[in-house]
Design a protein around this ligand. Structure first.
Ligand code: GLP
Length: 242
């Protein structure tokens, strides 16, 4: 695991964008693993800027998102599909048919949907670079503490802490899903490169556990310790307990 500490959250975004750009420069038909949450928004802004300047094209790129809420319509503003369209897809030249999220709706068989998502990753040749955020409890994707380190894509219940952490994004009284379909930890580790971004003081404890703690299902992000090409980008605040 390579840990890079930068001065600010905006430097983290710029650095991450340059890594994505150099991957796509080298391999225009790259397969990107994408993440939601507030942390990657600044990265997506950088990527949109590079696209607008004509320095980056996503025309041949395929993307696979880490997770999506269970039984949420794509046009629901709380869905991760909506988030990705709003923050990235609609601003760039990616073919929307090449953008995948792990969806599952009531009436569908979660095992069948999860297997189909994993199959699509395989058919695309595997993920070249997986972008990751970090939950304050050490989760990656929606792999909450106690998730098996060997887990694959499946439906997970969210922990009370994650529901609370994400409640800031919902209006009072608005329905907040408590289940999601997420890539598993083993699915994430299959990616050829991992790029985790964490910024802000509220991530400092999870960052410490991820980097200096034991490999443990209690901190799903500690699984990055097992990956050969994992890069962790931190701002000073997120690195403050190291
Ligand atoms: C959500 C997402 C994660 C994300 C985490 C942290 O729970 N499922 O993929 O990493 O939130 O989000 P934020 O970047 O907003 O702190």
């Amino acid at each position: 695991m390579q840990v890079i500490i930068l001065n600010s959250a905006s430097q983290v975004a710029v650095h991450a964008a340059l890594r994505v750009k150099s991957l796509i420069d080298e391999k225009p038909d790259s397969v990107l693993g994408l993440a939601t949450g507030s942390t990657p928004i600044a990265l997506y802004k950088q990527l949109v800027n590079l696209y607008r300047k004509g320095e980056l094209s996503f025309a041949q790129v395929k993307s696979f998102n880490l997770d999506e809420y269970f039984d949420i319509a794509p046009d629901n503003p709380q869905s991760y599909r909506y988030f990705m369209t709003k923050n990235l897809f609609k601003h760039i030249d990616i073919d929307h048919n090449n953008t995948y999220l792990p969806t599952c709706f009531i009436g569908q068989n979660p095992r069948v949907e999860a297997a189909a998502f994993e199959k699509n990753i395989q058919l695309a040749g595997g993920v070249d670079l997986q972008i990751l955020g970090l939950g304050a409890n050490g989760h990656i994707g929606f792999n909450e503490p106690t998730s098996s380190l060997g887990s694959r894509t499946r439906v997970k219940s969210l922990t009370p802490q994650t529901i609370k952490d994400n409640s800031r994004l919902f209006e009072q009284g608005e329905y907040q899903p408590d289940m999601a379909m997420t890539m598993g930890i083993a699915t994430i580790l299959d990616s050829r490169n991992l790029l985790l971004m964490a910024t802000g003081l509220n991530k400092a404890k999870a960052v410490k556990q991820m980097i200096t703690g034991p490999l443990s299902a209690m901190c799903p992000a500690s699984a990055l310790q097992m990956h050969r090409d994992a890069v962790v980008l931190l701002d000073r605040e997120a690195a403050s307990e190291l």
